[in-house]
Ligand binder design. Structure first.
Ligand SMILES: Cc1ncc(COP(=O)(O)O)c(C=O)c1O
Ligand SMILES: *[C@@H]1O[C@H](CO)[C@@H](O)[C@H](O)[C@H]1NC(C)=O
Length: 490
């Protein structure tokens, strides 16, 4: 239902008032709809004009009363909800989606908690958002580029849709040295999540997909939006037509591929969000072989590769044969605190072909040119600074800081008797609460400790019985969280 407010109210009072059908931009907005501003500004004009009459104000008021009252009446009426609907049918694929996207849903519950306990100091181990300031040498580079935009020599407008050449070269050298990835196979973007959605646009509605279960929700939700799935099945908590590859501590967080039916696309995230596990070289060889035999495309999400402690591959292209079967997406979000700056990249090798021999890279390029207009030049200046020798040092220092947080969380949960997974190769600790509903555990920790976590089931049915604790946080908050957890569970 919509709240309809109308210029028509205003026109009762001001005979010359325009009757726009959409609300004009600008002006102070009031709670409610943008339209309500319009009418209240009309009221403001009313009082201003009546006071300006000074001496005759009183007399005029009685005169104008007869005109103001209908306006107020009209305003009150129009504040009432109406049921005007357009004739546009809702996208049936969007209607299939369950609840909200996970993190907005968590934010909703967090806000409800704040309403209930306005004085509580909430600590978030929830959404994986970075907390530490971006190293100065990186922001200085962005500042210089931003300032340059104010000069004739330094100004630039649209850049290449694929990203600046220097940025692509630096990415190729820094993260794909010795892997034979060429700069023209790398597309610079506003982030990995956005690239995942644009890849879905490349694939279209007719492909079948497989995801790790549990997994980062963007793969499943973007697949539903694109129309690749059937309805959500409440009994199994899965969308039909998606293959959920169970990854649990029982199978070393690597799917039993012999029981996975062939799909066109395989989304695979390593180090994994949410389980924090990372696939070994042997496991990735198996995955690449599986994709090769099945003629599938792997979308390999390496957003946490820099967090790797063990000697596992940091890129799928370390595996021979991956160029023919894999796309890889990466991000500066968790490398350098760029969650708000927005910078990522996607690699599409030339050898990756559709069944008719057409290069996937060319279609991705077409989508990027149509749906994207190149990453921000300021963000790319920051990215280039990240990849300078000093920048790499500064990034690794930040990553080490978060890894220390991770170790503190792992120690805390294990000393309290919980079984934990992950943490070594990703900034996430996956904590088991056997037999319990993960939203209940989430609620318990929030209610009693004012700590926000993420319920495992939000990442797929395979996450049931777990919560994810994120290691992004100021040290004092991580320490405070651990002492609250000790109080709750010791
Ligand atoms: C696995 C994974 N991929 C992608 C992203 C999104 O990255 P970006 O900020 O670059 O869009 C995240 C963010 O949490 C993530 O966990
Ligand atoms: C997919 O690959 C596996 C081997 O890894 C094989 O057993 C299976 O038959 C393949 N399926 C198809 C449809 O090619």
């Amino acid at each position: 239902m919509a709240i309809a407010m109308h210029w028509s109210c205003l026109s009762l009072f001001l005979p010359n008032a325009p009757s726009y059908s959409s609300s004009p931009s600008g002006g102070a907005s009031l709670p409610g709809t943008a339209n309500s501003f319009v009418s209240f500004s009309g009221l403001r004009a009313t009082s201003a004009s009546s006071s300006s009459h000074g001496f005759f104000a009183k007399k005029l008021w009685s005169l104008e009363k007869t005109r103001i009252l209908p306006v107020i009446e009209c305003l009150v009426k129009s504040l009432e909800p109406t049921t005007h609907t357009t004739k546009v049918q809702r996208n049936a694929n969007l209607a299939k989606l369950q609840g909200g996207y996970l993190f907005p849903e968590i934010a909703r519950r967090r806000n409800a908690h704040i309403q209930k306990y306005p004085d509580a100091k909430i600590i978030s181990l929830g959404i994986g958002d970075t907390t530490e300031p971006i190293p100065g040498l990186i922001t200085l580079a962005m500042e210089a580029r931003a300032h340059g935009l104010s000069t004739l020599e330094g100004y630039s407008g649209y850049g290449a849709e694929q990203g600046e050449k220097a940025m692509r070269v630096a990415l190729a050298e820094t993260f794909y040295g010795g892997m034979d990835i060429k700069d023209n196979e790398i597309f610079v973007s506003d982030g990995a999540k956005c690239d995942i959605a644009r890849l879905q646009l490349v694939f279209g509605p007719d492909v079948s997909i497989a995801v790790q279960d549990p997994s980062y929700p963007a793969y499943v939700d973007s697949s539903v939006m694109m129309g690749q799935t059937g309805a959500f099945r409440k009994d199994v908590q899965q969308y039909s037509k998606i293959q959920y590859m169970r990854c649990s501590h029982e199978n070393d967080f690597f799917p039993d591929l012999s029981s996975v039916p062939r799909t066109d696309i395989i989304f695979f995230c390593s180090p994994n969000n949410p389980t924090g596990s990372a696939a070994t070289r042997e496991q990735l060889k198996e995955l690449v072989a599986f994709a090769t035999i099945n003629g599938s495309i792997i979308v390999y999400d390496s957003a946490y590769a820099i967090y790797m402690s063990d000697n596992n591959p940091r890129s799928i292209y370390e595996i021979p044969g991956a160029r023919e079967v894999a796309i890889e997406t990466g991000s500066f979000s968790k490398y350098a605190g760029f969650t708000g700056v927005r910078l990522g990249w996607t690699v599409v090798p030339e050898e990756l072909l559709f069944s008719d021999g057409f290069p996937v890279r060319n279609d991705f390029n077409r989508v990027m040119c149509t749906c994207f207009n190149g990453a921000s030049n300021i963000a790319q200046a920051g990215g280039l600074a990240c990849l300078s020798p000093e920048g790499l040092k500064a990034m690794n220092k930040m990553v080490s800081f978060y890894k220390e947080n991770t170790a503190i969380l792992v120690d805390t949960f294990t000393s309290l008797g919980f079984k934990t997974f992950g943490g070594r190769n990703a900034p996430y600790v996956w904590v088991q609460f056997p037999g319990r509903d993960s939203w209940d555990v989430f609620g318990e920790i929030l209610e009693k400790s004012h700590i926000v976590t993420t319920p495992g089931s939000g990442f797929g049915p395979g996450g049931e019985g777990f919560i994810r604790a994120s290691a992004f946080g100021h040290r004092e908050n991580i320490l405070e969280a651990t002492s609250r957890l000790r109080k709750l569970y010791l």
